[in-house]
Design a protein around this ligand. Structure first.
Ligand SMILES: C[S@@+](CC[C@H](N)C(=O)[O-])C[C@H]1O[C@@H](n2cnc3c(N)ncnc32)[C@H](O)[C@@H]1O
Length: 249
């Protein structure tokens, strides 16, 4: 086997691994879609909607309330519906997710005049360059198999001056909170998730996906590498979550 053959075999194996993971993630979210909201509210003690509201504030929708915004990895449309129901909002939200059952589970929350659900992969968005005045992804980008590719794709579809907001789980700095958090997240959350959603692997995948996700500083650097400017981030709830914000120049 030549060096070229080895390189090709490695690339093929990586591509196969990525395709398998993409398929698993898509199927898993499709399976748990009917239970997703209920489990979220239970395991987060309803903090999830409060964190979402904080992230939406960072989008600065008031700066252009008539424009089109992108909710990426939109899931059951919690973010899209929160934006769409704001009194000061007169624009539209394109809510993209590759798992159609997740979007379907959220349809009752939205007005189709304001929110447009689209089945699409974050790595290959069916939108023109610069179509959105802002983009937000909440608890979603951690699941995309190619994080850097997704950041570049969001950058492409944003117009100049637009903000990009990411809400994700963080790496809490407090040893005590970290210990309680890991105990809860690694042991109790899977039990609750399995009991409510009756899915054996989904809520074991959750802590693993958080553990493998880059640190806050690493994510900020990756956003810069993808072309975002003025990147900043802030932790909330003892570092359990972090909100990153970047701008397209
Ligand atoms: C944990 S859920 C988050 C949903 C929602 N944003 C929320 O606030 O609850 C992650 C979502 O990301 C979606 N997702 C994962 N990888 C994706 C990809 N490559 N393209 C589009 N959606 C993706 C999943 O289908 C799932 O609905």
């Amino acid at each position: 086997m030549t060096a070229l053959d080895t390189e090709r075999a490695t690339a093929e194996a990586a591509a196969t691994g990525a395709a398998v993971k993409r398929g698993y993630v898509k199927q898993m979210f499709s399976d748990i879609a009917p239970y997703y909201d209920r489990v979220n509210r239970i395991i987060s003690f309803r903090l999830d909607q409060w964190w979402r509201a904080k992230a939406i504030r960072e989008l600065n929708i008031a700066g252009d309330p008539n424009a089109t915004y992108l909710d990426l990895c939109a899931g059951t449309l919690d973010i899209a519906s929160q934006i769409g129901s704001r009194r000061d909002f007169h624009g539209s939200v394109v809510a993209a997710d590759f798992a159609e059952p997740m979007l379907r589970a959220g349809l009752r929350k939205i007005s189709r005049d304001v929110v447009r659900p689209v089945t699409a992969d974050a790595l290959d968005l069916p939108f023109t360059d610069g179509f959105a005045a802002g983009a937000i992804v909440v608890f979603g980008i951690r699941n995309v198999i190619d994080l850097n590719g997704a950041l570049r794709e969001v950058h492409r579809v944003l117009r100049s001056g637009a903000r990009f907001v990411i809400l994700e789980f963080g790496a809490t700095q407090s040893p005590l909170v970290g210990w309680i958090y890991r105990l809860y997240f690694n042991n109790l959350c899977p039990l609750i998730g399995n009991a409510v959603a009756r899915h054996h692997s989904a809520y074991h995948y959750l802590p693993k996906s958080v553990a493998y996700f880059p640190s806050e500083t690493d994510l900020a650097q990756r956003m810069r590498d993808a072309g975002f400017d003025a990147v900043r981030w802030r932790s909330h709830t003892f570092g359990v979550v972090a909100i990153h914000v970047g701008e397209k120049r």
